[in-house]
Design a protein around this ligand. Structure first.
Ligand SMILES: [Zn+2]
Ligand SMILES: [Zn+2]
Length: 496
């Protein structure tokens, strides 16, 4: 180890280099307790912000309501998504107003964040205050003796106490059939592959399995792909509306070589000057692959991406183009602003491919689902790449209607957001990381003139039919109704 690396490593030994093993384990335990204490205080601080921000007024009917705006503020501060921030907000309110004894143990570091989250979410259907008080006391008394519980056992332990004092408030375990879903992972990591996972009815899964196997065996023996790769490609062919998989043996005489429509359903957007029409497919993309100490062959950096398929590395692109994918070049826009409010298709393309996702801090909504927002509202701010960015609907509403938020955009696409408390958060276009060689800097704009507020809003705040509070009350009512039959049965007097 070099001297420099040794010095760095000693900075991270926790001061325990010469301590006994027992002292090291003791330190781990003590620090976990400190961590729980700190987490408790963080969640308490979150509950305080919620108390200040989420009063009931007419904005409770806004599509981007006070809860959303607060979640955005906390998410930006913690570097987490709006969804996770919202979860901590619920936890904060539960501990503060519903479970004071559990909260006390959390603040002392005796219960972990994980345990408190489980307790809060499994007791959230209880509405009777006396019952809630009993459950809080009982759980606070018992929880310290629970020791280390798996998530499942922890849930059952909490449910048992809810069942004892308020059987109508027990969360019904979702049946596995209710968990039917297909999830598609993030498409923007540049690898060109995306994970999918899910749960189907057993009969549907069997039909899919059978069909993929038939399609995988429908190509000739010279197809270089493994069965697993062919099955994956076959699912893509099904999605493109084909019932066969095209063979990739390369022989024009092959009976299975007819196009399967996968590539043709793709539009490739080329965002740099890479010569995509003349690149060769990667020979190790199909087949078993191999381990090698040699550096991988020099590739042009992933220079391209597709509308819905996310970012695709150059060699995979070659295969798509060979299969008939359409190619569209994303050009840098002209220096002059466009005359209208709505950007031209070419300008919009540039902005979406530059940004890749919503530009609010920690928002991962893909660009194709976002609005194109004028950072300085039109017509004061021009329709120009240096004044346009992607914003998902929620964040677009946030910046337009929540007075405390503002944003500034720079010619390299950097956006600086200022929160209601004056904190600033900077986000960069997604393409800056994925395509570092792509020059995305566009012309500088003259400094904005005085803002005329009558121009500031080009959209209306959509409203919701029920406030979040009403929604929640409704959902609790429905969830409790699932227990009606069970509660009636339990309350029946014994037969003799
Ligand atoms: Zn073939
Ligand atoms: Zn967003």
């Amino acid at each position: 180890m070099s001297e420099g690396a040794g010095r760095l490593e000693r900075m991270f030994d926790g001061g325990l280099r010469s301590a006994s093993d027992a002292a090291v384990v003791g330190a781990i335990e003590d620090l976990a307790r400190e961590e729980a204490k700190t987490a408790a205080r963080r969640v308490a601080a979150i509950s305080e912000l919620v108390r200040r921000r989420c009063g009931d007024d007419e904005r409770a009917y806004w599509a981007c309501d006070p809860w959303d705006a607060t979640a955005a503020e906390i998410g930006a501060a913690l570097g987490i998504s709006r969804g996770r921030a919202s979860g901590d907000m619920h936890l904060g309110l539960s501990l503060r107003y519903r479970l004071p004894r559990v909260a006390e143990l959390f603040l002392e570091g005796l219960l972990s964040y994980r345990v408190c989250s489980a307790i809060a979410s499994r007791t959230d259907l209880i509405q009777d205050e006396a019952a809630l008080d009993l459950v809080d006391s009982a759980i606070a008394e018992q929880a310290l003796s629970w020791g280390v519980l798996s998530a499942n056992k922890l849930q059952k332990a909490v449910d048992a106490w809810v069942d004892r004092y308020d059987p109508g408030g027990v969360h019904q375990t979702r049946t596995r059939a209710q968990d039917r879903a297909i999830r598609v992972g993030s498409q923007y990591d540049g690898s060109g592959v995306t994970g999918i996972s899910g749960r189907l009815y057993a009969t549907d899964a069997a039909a899919l399995d059978r069909r993929l196997m038939q399609m995988a065996h429908g190509v000739c023996d010279d197809d270089p792909r493994t069965i697993a790769q062919r099955r994956a490609d076959a699912l893509g062919a099904l999605a493109a509306g084909s019932d066969r998989l095209a063979c990739t043996c390369g022989s024009p005489a092959c009976a299975a070589s007819d196009d399967d429509g996968r590539a043709a359903s793709v539009v490739v957007h080329v965002v740099t000057d890479a010569d995509v029409e003349n690149i060769a497919p990667d020979p190790v993309m199909s087949g078993e692959g191999f381990e090698s100490d040699d550096p991988p062959p020099a590739k042009k950096a992933a220079a391209t991406l597709t509308g819905r398929g996310g970012v695709v590395p150059t060699p995979l692109l070659a295969e798509l183009i060979r299969g008939g994918a359409k190619v569209r070049h994303v050009r840098r826009p002209a220096d002059e602003p466009e005359p209208g409010y709505r950007p031209s298709a070419a300008l919009e393309d540039f902005v979406r491919f530059r940004d890749l996702t919503c530009r609010f801090p920690n928002c991962e909504i893909p660009a194709e689902l976002c609005d194109v927002d004028h950072t300085i509202p039109w017509p004061l701010g021009p329709t120009h790449a240096s004044n346009l960015k992607c914003a998902c609907r929620k964040d677009h509403l946030l910046k337009t209607f929540w007075d405390g938020w503002s944003d500034r955009q720079f010619p390299d696409g950097t956006v600086e957001w200022t929160s209601p408390t004056g904190k600033t958060y900077v986000t960069h276009p997604g393409s800056r990381v994925l395509f570092p060689q792509w020059n995305i800097t566009t012309g500088a704009l003259p400094p904005p003139q005085q803002m005329d507020p009558s121009h500031a809003r080009t959209m209306m705040m959509p409203t919701r039919r029920r406030t979040r509070t009403e929604d929640r009350a409704y959902r609790i009512k429905c969830a409790r109704a699932l227990n009606d039959a069970y509660v009636a049965e339990r309350n029946r007097p014994p037969p003799f």
